[in-house]
Design a protein around this ligand. Structure first.
Ligand code: FNR
Length: 184
């Protein structure tokens, strides 16, 4: 079984990022399982925790969970032209202690979304910048910028637009190809 972790850039109950991610989770082929990774309860990263052996239990659980994954899918809104702090915090927590990053070499893919037309472009690329630094092989094409999300779902949270589903299927297929390259 290949395990794909999903990290969301939003803690909001009715989050469009979550709805989008739940739809994408269903597009992976047999032999793949997805898991939403909790990041909302991670204390803000403080290097003293690692330097003085006072690592919060939430850090340990999170680091162990991600270590057990084969790949990571990020689905995020844009906050003030960048990624939400909760997601950056999770990335920072996972990147330390120095030399023990949980991200190193793990294939990743990014979907950004927004209610408007900009589709979270700024967040998508700020996130890409961090993932490059962390040595994560990132899906290059297709890039996933999902705009106008408020009109995308029916009352059950299912994507109503067939073109968007087709696009997300091609995105997921390309991500699976990338994962296979690294998993062998
Ligand atoms: C936003 N939003 C937003 N949208 C955007 O396209 N560019 C931006 O820079 C911002 N900035 C921003 C900052 C903050 C603090 C908030 C709360 C919101 C709007 C945002 O895209 C919208 O609320 C999304 O619906 C949030 O995603 P979730 O929570 O639905 O997943």
């Amino acid at each position: 079984m290949t395990k794909v972790g999903i990290l969301l850039g939003s803690l909001r109950k009715a989050s469009f990022s979550r709805k989008l991610a739940e739809n994408v989770a269903n597009l992976f082929p047999e032999g793949y399982e997805t898991e939403f990774v909790e990041i909302g309860k991670l204390p803000l990263y403080n290097q003293d925790f690692d330097d003085h052996n006072q690592v919060p239990a939430e850090y340990t659980t999170f680091r162990d969970t991600v270590k057990g994954l084969d790949a990571v899918l990020f689905v995020t809104p844009e906050y003030n032209r960048s990624i939400p702090a909760v997601l950056k915090n999770a990335i920072d927590v996972g990147s330390r202690p120095y030399g023990q990053s949980i991200w190193d070499g793990k294939p990743a893919a990014i979907i950004s979304q927004s209610p408007g037309n900009l589709s979270g472009f700024g967040a998508n690329h700020h996130l890409r910048q961090s993932l490059v630094c962390l040595n994560m092989p990132i899906l290059q094409q297709p890039e996933a910028y999902i705009g106008n999300v408020t009109a995308l779902f029916d009352e059950n949270g299912k994507i109503v637009n067939e073109g968007t589903v087709r696009f997300l299927q091609s995105f997921t297929d390309a991500f699976v190809d990338l994962i296979k390259k690294y998993k062998g």
